[in-house]
Design a protein around this ligand. Sequence first.
Ligand code: GLY
Length: 563
Amino acid sequence: MQILKSSLFLSLIIVFGSCSEPSNRTKTGAIGDSAMVVSAHPLATKAGLFILKNGGNAYDAAIATQFALAVVYPRAGNIGGGGFAVIRESDGAIATLDFREKAPLAAYKTMFQNDSGLVISELSTLGHLGAGVPGSVAGMWQIHQKYGSMPWRELVQPAINLAFEGHRITADEADALNEKQDDFKEANDWTPWVINDDGWHEGAYVRQLQLAATLSFVRDSGRDGFYKGIVAKQIADEMERGDGIITLEDLENYEAIWKEPLVGTYKGHKVISMPPTSSGGIALLQLLQGAEQVNLGDHPHNSTNAVHLMAEIEKRVFADRAKHLGDPDFYQVPVAEILSTQYNSDRFDEINITEITPSSQIKGGDVPYESDQTTHFSIVDSYGNAISITTTLNLNYGCKVWVKGAGFVLNNEMDDFSAKPGVPNFFGLVGAEANAIAPGKRMLSSMTPTILEKDGKLKAVLGSPGGATIITSVFQTVINLVDYDMSMQEAVEAKKIHHQWLPDQIKMETGAIRPETKTELEQQGYKFQEVDKIGRNDCILILPDGKLEGGADPRGDDYAEGY
Ligand code: GLY
């Protein structure tokens, strides 16, 4: 059974399956008997399913999905960006892979400040200087080296076919491309396919021959097909032409790193998530400790008390993020201390159900010392292996620079560093020394690929894009499943809210809170910023009968299909 989420497919019938779930659930997502792929684009989901149906495992399918996203979802799917993977094998073994971009060797702390020390934010968001050294191809290669069961070339080939033969773009993609035309023109001294003076429209047919050629090098030479040889030279040449700083040496040196997963608990669930350079895992585990301590789930979903308690917990967690989190290779991140029960118990003990603590009165805690656009996909195979991957170019279409001749766009992840202590980045996030720019350092991320286990068994595969809101989107999806007993589809679709300490306001999706609840919270002193969308969760839930429910987020073209 399947659900099509694209407006391109709205003429097709949306089918909601039934399952043996509690009767208060009114909606379920795609149901699969044994395997499921959920991603931001139907064609990427189908690329992963094709691999699964041909005997591949979840990791093989993830590689095919990631490369397919680079073709059909260019605003965030990528080979010019980076990401994180959280893995749980069928025997319960867990691992995480950090393939986050790195600052080039020529990067330096004040590179986005002018002579007076003012941060010029456009330098880190538009154009060549914004790009970090990409990690996605190295990440996929590492996953294949350790877990792959099918030949590498067979996993890259579906993406080459999509790029070479072409695909029709969705209405959502057309809107996103139209919105960035001026930026594309400013960032490129040639005319990549994304520039279209007639305007993009739904159903336009796109072939990407340069990208097909680049992916062929990756298919034939693996990691080296990107980080050495012709493609590396094309990236270095692009940098020279646009006064960027990524060199052949940066590319050759790039490595994805296996890291020990972060593990916590929430109401009998084991929560497996990403360690730094993601801030997501730490923040999620802190948020869940806070939710348990203040009994968040006792209050109705998005009620006055629930919103207030969430905001109070989130402010404290984001203040800690700003002060303490960065790349652990460069900065001593106090992971154990920040996650300790004692620390969080003291931190959340200050929360009062009837009083708002202004952000100005909250600071990053003292711990004893001894660090829009992104995309997420979730896959479970019929063997019970699971993989949760979030990757990113940072903002839509990254720094907007298409590598001439190579046909792909580079990230603007350098904006995720703290360009100057206390000065917010694009997402309004502030940072300090922990996340200052340094050569070869990875910039702090909010990406939160996560896996839940219950009673020693796989329970859910979770994740979302959304900059700073990634953390709170995944948090609310967990709460929705565990505390509010929602189906996966309901948990994904439920409107979300977000507080990130600074600015001192609640970001809320239109309709997330009933008008009378909002008025009540405003009277109590809360300020609101209303936005169209928060998060885009693509998740999988293992149902009590062993079947899988895919929750594809209707905020985009996202698509779940299983079998
Ligand atoms: N670029 C968004 C993030 O990594 O948090």
